[in-house]
Design a protein around this ligand. Structure first.
Ligand code: PLP
Length: 448
């Protein structure tokens, strides 16, 4: 029974007694006790509600406690809670069919995992076996997961603490016009120079040593970077020229986040493998996977795939996925994300940026945006330095606290605020969040 855990203080104390938290110095944290959640809000035990502009870790694309998904999980639990992956099961087959129907190109077979990092590990394994090559290209501004392979592909600072220095990951710079590594002056030039840089990295690494290139079509955790038109097509072309398997990591941006089922749909470019998780079932039960096209699928038609997971395609997770995708389609959730981005978040964030000197750049699409915060708009000096921690990161902590104390829960990452409400967020909720953000940015203006 949970009868002894009825107050926030009790829940926090119980958490601190035995729960070991991700990414944290265990003695330095004090997690917020959450009592419940619904739609775009969650709340604590003291009656404080938070408008969830994080979608947790950018996964509750249809919000909290969607009744159709909750009912589907309950119904499946009553029917068949679990079964090993080697059996054929209706709900798993249906989840795979619905995913395959939405993924781009010829991605038609689905290997299920329990989350994003496993999807990345398996996609990379498939590419290495298919090509017989040892190395994998990934962006410096990327997050691909935190297990032994994916943490090395991850480019952002969370890699450092686990880097063994012997990984076979090779990093490159993807486009980022605001801080162009290529001194470009517009998106077209940034695109052209980023592709020239990538071509050079491939040449110097040796194309025959490169199994795969993995990229988030819209870069998520590392900054919400929307690629210039032509970039993904150029990457596809380089991969084709050199026999490199192209992996799109759509773990964060798939399933509606950018206002399309997959972010890569915006540019009409299809990969050889696509990794997904999070939004596939809004995280109600852990699920991820790899969508596999013919080029890689055919490799394992007659030869066994060397990999598997006890819970691959777990019935509860698949039931949640079927219900999520169906609800998203019936309720126009992807269209809502596109509309909210184009009509509300995009213009209103641009207006906020005009008023607040602490905002250097606004970027994003759909229900996925970032505000890059600066000390000085002219020099573009970041509000906090790259990989700042402790006291150096304090200004970001103050701005985040100005949001949370007023009931808005954004994501603070580096010198950025990421704003990722559920894809079915209502306009009134967006406006409520933007009003809080306006006040929090005034706090930020006072820090520069
Ligand atoms: N790939 C991307 C693009 C992600 O954003 C994430 C998680 O944020 C992962 C992979 C790892 O997923 P998981 O945390 O489910 O292992």
């Amino acid at each position: 029974s949970l009868a002894h855990l009825t107050t926030g203080a009790e829940v926090r104390a119980a958490d601190r007694a035995h729960v070991f938290h991700s990414w944290s110095a265990q003695d330095a944290i004090s997690p917020l006790p959450v009592a419940g959640a619904e739609g775009s809000y969650f709340w604590d035990y003291d009656g404080q509600r938070y408008l969830d502009f994080s979608s947790q870790l950018v996964f509750t694309n249809i919000g909290h406690q969607h009744p159709r998904v909750v009912a589907a999980v309950q119904e499946q639990a009553g029917r068949l809670c679990t079964i090993a992956p080697s059996f054929a099961v209706d709900v798993r087959a249906e989840a795979a069919r619905l995913i395959a129907a939405r993924t781009p190109g010829d991605l038609d077979k689905i290997f299920f995992t329990n989350g994003g990092t496993e999807a990345v590990e398996h996609a990379v394994r498939m590419a290495k076996i298919a090509t017989g090559r040892p190395k994998v290209l990934a962006g410096y501004r990327s997050y691909h997961g935190a297990t032994s392979g994916s943490i090395h592909l991850t480019g952002e600072p969370r890699r450092w603490g686990a880097d063994t220095g012997m990984s076979g990951a090779v990093h490159f710079f993807a486009p980022y016009l605001y801080r162009s590594p290529f001194h470009a002056v517009d998106e077209a030039q940034e695109c052209e120079r980023a592709l020239a840089h990538l071509a050079e990295v491939i040449a110097y690494e040796g194309p025959g040593t490169l199994a795969a290139l993995i990229i988030e079509p819209v870069i998520g955790s590392a900054g919400v970077h929307v690629p210039p038109d032509g970039y993904l097509a150029g990457v596809r072309e380089l991969c084709d020229r050199h026999g490199i398997v192209l992996i799109f990591d759509e773990v964060m941006v798939g399933f509606g986040r950018t206002g399309a089922w997959f972010a890569s749909d915006h540019w009409g470019v299809a990969p050889d493998l696509l990794t997904f998780a999070k939004g596939v079932n809004s995280g109600y039960v852990p699920l991820g996977g790899v969508a596999i096209g013919e080029r890689i699928g055919s490799v394992f038609a007659e030869r066994p795939y060397p990999g598997g997971l006890t819970y691959s395609g777990h019935p509860l997770a698949c039931a949640a996925a079927v219900a999520t995708m169906s609800a998203m389609a019936d309720e126009g959730v992807v269209e809502n994300a596109a509309r909210v981005g184009a009509d509300v978040l995009g213009p209103e964030l641009a207006a906020l940026a005009e008023r607040h000197p602490v905002v250097g750049e606004v970027r994003g699409m759909g229900a996925f945006w970032a505000l890059e915060l600066v000390r000085d708009r002219e020099t573009r000096e970041p509000l906090v330095p790259y990989a700042a921690a402790g006291a150096a990161a304090a200004p970001m902590g103050k701005i985040a606290a100005a949001c949370t104390s007023r009931g808005l829960w954004p994501i603070a990452a580096g010198n950025r605020l990421h704003l990722a409400p559920p894809c079915n967020v209502a306009d009134a909720e967006v406006k409520e969040g933007l009003a809080v953000l306006d006040e929090a940015l005034s706090v930020g203006d006072g820090l520069i």
